[in-house]
Design a protein around this ligand. Structure first.
Ligand code: SF4
Length: 447
């Protein structure tokens, strides 16, 4: 079968996102002896004619659209991406009206029925696609198209993560690295934690499945040798859990004497001084902590399992090891007060991270503990948690919170407010910074 995978993501701020999930998927498709091509919208603001030409040239028998996010998850300046998805479907239908379209990716997995209906697609694969998409290709090849639109893997199986290899040859990998400063890879899937608002356990499962550290570092070494990529981004939800798995990856990097650097998403819940020292030795120079709040009220509200003291320890240990640190925070969850907001701000100043990324309001995703709690309380109806973004902001804060956080952002250049800020929206400036060889997450350059 001839499959065309379309990466519909066009967001390039602050950095273009190397589509690691699609890259692993394309590789699995080729390994199963199907023909796979990729059309990537990331570097194509105007893509219609190119996509039409690609469709005419390749005549795919199945088109897979990867949908990463339904919106930019920022409040108050929310931007919906669904019209963009509709446009891609329109073009595909115009050129290849008989070719079935299958949807996948995190956005689809969260809103399967809504997106199938909105886009008029034929099929959808929620969750990881390495098995279900191959099942669909096989069924189409056998002349037995599925009667159900939502395709789950036969027997509910999950892919063996040690079989993953990226198909970066199908993407503009060198450009992703040049413009984005790093290349993504994944060392595990799943998250065992239950933060109230978070959809990741729904997307990847609550059991953590790990890749063999040797395979992870094989992938890094391959990218270093083939593309000269020497900066990596571990896109796991929580790189430092399980701690020993992350340490084993570091030891493998050290064993091979790889001259590389890396960054990751981490949690302050699983930290100690020795861990950061090993990370540093293995090339880590920046970590983004999903701290969410620096008040106990905020942490408890979002079901975080660590304390403010732990966040301060993590920040101090990173600084001692010359690892740059950013804290991502969410202001306004249920129960937050101006006193807890001030407590968070004071604690941020006390521990002085390099950068603070402050989100206002909690994006409500379906089937999360927060969504269930708010539906039960009558704050929102279940059917209203859909493609149009809804944010929870504690009522008592609405009057002062925006102004208070903007005041911090005006006074401190290292405070980024994605819902307001222009600090992370300067494409020309960022391109110049990257052209000078700056690598790693863009926030490092604001610090
Ligand atoms: S916020 Fe992070 S740690 Fe919490 S459930 Fe989501 S992925 Fe897991």
């Amino acid at each position: 079968m001839k499959l065309l995978l379309v990466n519909t993501n066009q967001t390039r701020m602050p950095d273009p996102v190397p589509p690691i999930g699609l890259s692993y998927l394309a590789s699995a498709v080729r390994d199963a002896d199907h023909v796979c091509t990729v059309f990537d919208l990331t570097f194509r603001p105007a893509y219609e004619e190119d996509l039409k030409a690609h469709l005419r040239d390749t005549r795919p028998e199945l088109i897979g659209l990867s949908l990463r996010n339904v919106d930019n998850t920022a409040y108050p300046k929310s931007v919906s991406f669904t019209e963009g998805f509709q446009e891609v479907v329109r073009i595909c239908r115009q050129v290849t009206p008989q070719t079935p379209i299958v949807l996948g990716g995190p956005a689809f997995s969260l809103f399967p029925e809504q997106l199938l209906e909105k886009l008029g697609a034929d099929y959808g694969v929620p969750g990881e696609g390495e098995i279900a998409l191959l099942d669909l290709l096989q069924a189409l090849q056998d002349g037995h198209p599925p009667t159900e639109k939502i395709i789950h893997p036969k027997g509910g199986g999950q892919v063996n993560l040690n079989t993953l290899t990226p198909a970066w040859d199908l993407f503009e990998t060198n450009r992703y690295f040049r413009d984005g400063g790093s290349l993504n890879l994944q060392t595990k899937r799943g998250c065992r934690y239950k933060c109230s608002y978070c959809s990741y356990p729904l997307l990847e499962g609550s059991a953590v499945r790990q890749r063999d550290p040797v395979k992870v570092v094989d992938e890094m070494e391959f990218c270093l040798d083939k593309y000269g990529i020497d900066y990596f981004f571990f896109v796991d939800n929580v790189f430092n859990y399980p701690r020993e798995h992350s340490i084993a990856i570091c030891r493998e990097i050290l064993k091979r004497h790889l001259d590389i650097h890396w960054t990751a998403y981490t949690s302050p819940g699983v930290v100690d001084a020795e861990m950061f020292a090993i990370y540093k030795d293995a090339g880590c120079d920046a970590l983004d902590f999903g701290s969410d709040s620096m008040s106990q009220v905020g942490l408890s509200s979002m079901s975080k399992w660590f304390t403010v003291t732990k966040i301060k320890d993590a920040t101090r240990w990173c600084r001692e090891n010359e690892i740059q640190i950013s804290h991502s925070l969410i202001f306004g969850p249920p129960g937050e007060t101006m006193a807890s907001v001030e407590e968070t701000i004071a604690n941020v100043h006390e521990c002085a991270p390099d950068v603070v990324i402050a989100m206002i309001g909690v994006r409500i995703y379906p089937h999360t503990p927060l969504a269930r709690r708010l539906v039960k309380k009558g704050w929102i109806k279940e059917e209203d948690i859909g493609l149009e973004p809804v944010f929870y902001i504690e009522n008592a804060l609405r009057e002062h919170l925006f102004e208070r956080l903007q005041e911090e952002a005006r006074k401190h250049h290292n405070w980024i407010l994605p819902g307001f800020s222009k600090k992370m929206n300067h494409p020309m400036l960022f391109e110049r910074l990257r052209a000078k060889g700056n690598k790693g997450p863009m926030w490092k350059m604001i610090a």
